[in-house]
Design a protein around this ligand. Structure first.
Ligand SMILES: NC(=O)c1ccc[n+]([C@@H]2O[C@H](COP(=O)([O-])OP(=O)(O)OC[C@H]3O[C@@H](n4cnc5c(N)ncnc54)[C@H](OP(=O)(O)O)[C@@H]3O)[C@@H](O)[C@H]2O)c1
Length: 343
């Protein structure tokens, strides 16, 4: 085993969108483990829009990140040494590995570590379809929106990691029409040609709301929202009776100060239409992890969910991978294969 490893530390706080200069790649010795710990070789690391907020210590659920600390993040790895009963050498784990080639983990709730069961499928799925983003799609679409046969479904952020799985799930549950919103022609083609959407609406070209009316003339039964802001407000203006809205994210407002947040005018329609709108956070549903894994693995094996991945090879690519989420240059689940030999 090598004696040195690479890791990314926070060099400075980002101003607006992060830049490569906000991070610093350093080489350090691979750590020794103590009693109760395991050493994990990182195979894949995911990126998520929320990481920009970790860099500014803006979330309540992640430990503070100081300048010089290793960047927070989840990934998939193989246990290579263990002094902990919970993890055996050879186990494939999903955990808060952080942006580093080897990670020390402990059997503590903070790490939200799960041993992957379906390791015959691609291990990269542990970052996407069989990880937090896939489970977010199941929780939002199957459990919170409880899609019924015949429903009309609209999804924002549809070509991203979560959105790329939401459309498949809606169709699998019997939705009549599933429409995705994404930025640009290329992503819209991806939605209809590879991600199971019936139609795609480009929010970067004019007339988005007219297009929603055209494609969903009967109104909206289910809205899975990754974007928030004005779009959510406009959708509220078009919901049907007993509509269900899953508030998954609000990326359109992550980089602006609260005084610039859109003030919705159509909230009254939740009451008027006896609708439900619910926010949720996947970490609160950790106890369901293996049920979600089983469900998604089954749908993948049946060809009902086709994971779409956007993979760079080499830990050097981590900052670019994160920045791409805000530039919209990713498609499906953006991740980095840290160990080039991982399958
Ligand atoms: N509730 C939970 O537990 C949970 C769990 C995971 C993720 N999330 C949230 O779910 C959302 C999607 O996460 P993800 O990991 O799947 O990311 P992602 O969708 O793979 O990447 C972000 C996408 O957002 C779009 N975007 C960026 N800036 C935007 C803007 N100003 N307005 C509209 N769209 C913008 C871009 O797509 P376009 O090119 O199409 O604009 C980009 O590709 C995020 O809001 C995230 O915070 C929530």
């Amino acid at each position: 085993m090598a004696s040195q490893m690479k890791q990314w530390v926070l060099a400075k706080r980002p101003v607006g969108l992060a830049t490569v200069e906000d991070f610093h790649l350093v080489e350090v010795p691979i750590p020794n483990i103590e009693e109760g710990q395991a050493l994990v070789k990182t195979l894949y690391l995911g990126v998520a829009p929320v990481m920009l907020r970790y860099m500014n210590n803006e979330t309540e659920f992640e430990r503070p990140l100081h300048i010089g600390d290793v960047m927070h993040g989840r990934g998939v790895g193989r246990v290579v040494e263990s002094k902990c009963d919970a993890f055996k050498v050879g186990d494939i784990v999903q955990s808060k590995l952080r942006w580093r080639e080897y990670a020390v983990i402990q059997d503590e709730p903070y790490y939200l570590t799960h041993t992957m069961h379906n390791t015959d499928l691609n291990l990269s799925y542990g970052v996407g379809a069989l990880g937090m983003n896939g489970f977010t799609a199941v929780l939002g679409m199957r459990d919170i929106c409880a899609v019924q046969p015949g429903d009309t479904v609209l999804v924002s952020g549809a070509a991203g990691s979560v959105g790329s799985m939401v459309g498949f799930i809606a169709k699998t549950l019997g939705a009549k029409t599933v429409i995705g919103i994404a930025g640009g022609e290329k992503k819209c083609r991806l939605l209809t040609e590879q991600l199971g959407y019936d139609a795609a609406l480009d929010y970067k070209s004019p007339g988005l709301y007219e297009k929603i009316d055209k494609y969903l003339p009967e109104g909206i039964d289910v809205f899975f929202d990754n974007v928030g802001g004005e779009l959510l407000d406009e959708v509220l203006g078009r919901i049907n009776r007993r509509a269900r809205i899953a508030i998954c994210g609000r990326i359109s407002e992550y980089l602006i100060p609260p005084e610039q947040y859109h003030r919705p005018r159509n909230l009254y329609r939740i009451g008027l239409k006896d609708a439900k709108m619910e926010g949720f956070f996947i970490y609160d549903y950790a106890k369901n992890h293996h049920e979600y894994e089983h469900q998604m693995a089954q749908w993948i094996r049946e060809g009902k969910v086709k994971p779409y991945e956007d993979i760079s090879v080499g830990i050097e690519h981590m900052p670019h991978a994160l920045i791409s989420l805000y530039q919209g240059t990713n498609g499906g689940t953006r991740m980095v294969r840290v160990d080039p030999s991982a399958h």
